[in-house]
Ligand binder design. Structure first.
Ligand code: SIN
Ligand code: MN
Length: 262
């Protein structure tokens, strides 16, 4: 598929899935690296509500050059730059592991509000690129999108008052689409469950309304997510007052593409 077609589809629907984008070999490499990374115990780790099940890891590209070079991979970076329309840096990098049987849900929300309110990012000129690290069926708690909802603007409200950074990624997200708004949307629009195979790529707009349910399967559902932002749209909240580096990048210099990898 041509880059322009991909960009147009995201503009129209708010997302696109590119199947078999990464080779099985390269996905194995990422999974091996992830296992090692978890054992090294870096900052940026969030737990599920039980306090002992790993929910998500953040900022891996800050601590491990392998993940940084993945962000700079020419195939990914050029998609991000085409959609965003200029040079980009990585604002966030995370892996939501959604552990077997214990991984919890993500309520209906849009992502942009967290970067706008939390980091002072002014425009929704960002793109999420997700990589499925395992096969994902309905039982695994796949991402669920409302196609076209990115055109409706900011629909989120502060739902839960928290102080810790973990609240921006817990199952009780601080900003969510409120009950009556989401009810109306769900009556009016279809939803799309993003099931697929390891190595599939998911691109989605920061205003797309999405959620996912808990993992009911006996296997983990690791999803790697890179959020690219336009260099001209960098955070306006100074690093001293902002969220931790692993949630809000302070280095906003443009990435240079590399060709190694998949
Ligand atoms: C997200 O909303 O950013 C991720 C949801 C998921 O991992 O299912
Ligand atoms: Mn989200």
């Amino acid at each position: 598929m041509e880059k322009l077609e991909i960009v147009n589809e995201i503009r129209e629907q708010g997302f696109i899935v590119l199947t078999n984008f990464l080779s099985g070999e390269y996905v194995d490499k990422i999974n091996d690296r992830l296992e090692k990374y978890i054992s090294e115990r870096h900052d940026g780790v969030a737990m599920e509500d039980d306090g002992e099940t790993l929910r998500a890891l953040h900022g891996l590209h800050l601590y491990d050059g392998f993940f940084l070079s993945l962000c700079a991979n020419e195939k990914l970076l050029s998609l991000a730059e085409s959609y965003i329309g200029e040079q980009c840096y990585v604002h966030q990098f995370k892996i939501n592991v959604k552990k077997a049987l214990k991984g919890q849900a993500w309520p209906w929300h849009q992502d942009f509000v967290f970067w706008q309110k939390g980091d002072g990012i002014e425009r929704p000129q960002l793109l999420n690129i997700g990589i499925m690290l395992h096969d994902v069926s309905m039982l695994h708690g796949p991402l669920c999108f409302i196609p076209g909802s990115h055109k409706l603007g900011d629909l989120c409200e502060k739902m839960v008052e928290h102080t810790a950074w973990e609240s921006d990624i817990s199952s009780q997200l601080s900003y969510q689409v409120n009950g009556s708004t989401i009810e109306t949307l769900l009556y009016e629009k279809d939803v799309k469950f993003i099931t697929g195979s390891a190595g599939d790529l998911i691109l989605f707009d920061p205003l797309l309304v999405h959620s996912s349910s808990g993992n009911l399967s006996p296997k983990d559902r690791p999803l790697l997510l890179i959020t690219y932002n336009a260099v001209s749209n960098a955070p306006t909240i100074s690093p001293g007052n902002s969220r931790p580096e692993f949630l809000c990048a302070s280095d906003n210099s443009p990435l240079t593409a590399t060709c190694e990898g998949f």
